[in-house]
Design a protein around this ligand. Structure first.
Ligand code: ADP
Ligand code: MG
Length: 249
């Protein structure tokens, strides 16, 4: 399918798909206000993330990091502004269209893993694939492959509650990748882990990025950002105070 293209060239595909070649995320003047009269949680943020990039979003507690990530993930909609992810304008999609968008294009991991404790590890990982229409057989094959890649294949029939934090986060990463998302988002993925385990998860994320996965990482952890992200974006009171500062790898 891919032909010779100039960087930045706008390609029109089927349906409503517009691909800004190279940009996986583009935010234009994005503001999110939760309550009328309150200060915006995210204020007039414009930024973009290129395919295969890894960007860290940093900032104090309450500065709007999770809000920004949720807007990119399609978990929430902005009050004003434009959000384009994987070639789609998602800021005005309906709830059901957003759910379909997320299933196909975005994987997300959280500080507290958000696994389903009643399901085995394997079922946690294959569920989003089945929801996206894969057969159980296809979904299981993909789940096993990812669990092996995360180094936890032997836990496939375990329940998450019996596993350590680091193991649970590996399950969550496998689940986030099961539909081969254009974009992996991580909200404080090491926030509930000890330093050594956090470093292991950081290495895993970096390896995924080296293998081509676009990654946006929200973190409090300066060391994690510096070691694993090529670019750090700072939020203060919902505003972007710096973007594009290159941190030595
Ligand atoms: P961070 O992730 O940087 O700690 P958040 O994005 O969670 O920041 O929060 C930014 C601001 O928005 C905070 O003032 C927070 O209290 C507020 N906020 C976050 N989520 C909601 C919500 N669902 N309803 C109302 N206010 C919220
Ligand atoms: Mg947060």
């Amino acid at each position: 399918m891919r032909e010779h293209r100039m960087p930045g060239e706008v390609i029109r595909l089927a349906e409503d798909v517009i691909r800004l070649d190279g940009d996986v995320i583009r935010l234009d003047g994005v503001t999110k206000t939760y309550q009328a009269g309150a200060l915006p949680a995210v204020a007039e943020v414009s930024m973009s993330v290129t395919a295969r990039e890894v960007v860290a979003i940093m900032g104090p507690s309450g500065s709007g990091k999770s809000t920004l990530l949720n807007l990119i993930a399609g978990l929430d909609r902005p009050t004003t502004g434009m959000v384009t992810v994987a070639g789609r304008r998602i800021d005005r999609l309906s709830e059901s269209a957003l759910a379909r968008f997320r299933a196909r294009h975005v994987g997300i991991i959280f500080q507290f893993f958000n696994l389903l404790d009643d399901l085995t590890v394997e079922d946690n990982v294959l569920l989003p694939a089945q929801l996206a229409g894969a057969s159980r057989r296809q979904a299981r094959a993909r789940a096993v492959e990812l669990l092996a890649r995360m180094g936890i294949e032997r836990y496939r029939n375990e329940y998450p509650a019996r596993m350590s934090g680091g193991q649970r986060q590996r399950v969550a990463i496998a689940r986030a990748l099961v539909n081969s998302p254009d974009l992996l988002l991580a909200d404080e993925p090491t926030g509930a882990l000890d330093t050594a385990t956090g470093r292991e998860i950081g290495k895993l994320l970096r390896q995924l990025n080296r293998d081509g996965q676009t990654l946006v990482l929200v973190t409090h952890d300066q060391a994690l950002a510096q070691q694993y992200a090529a670019r750090t974006v700072q939020l203060v009171d919902g505003q972007l105070v710096s973007s594009g500062a290159q941190v030595p790898a």
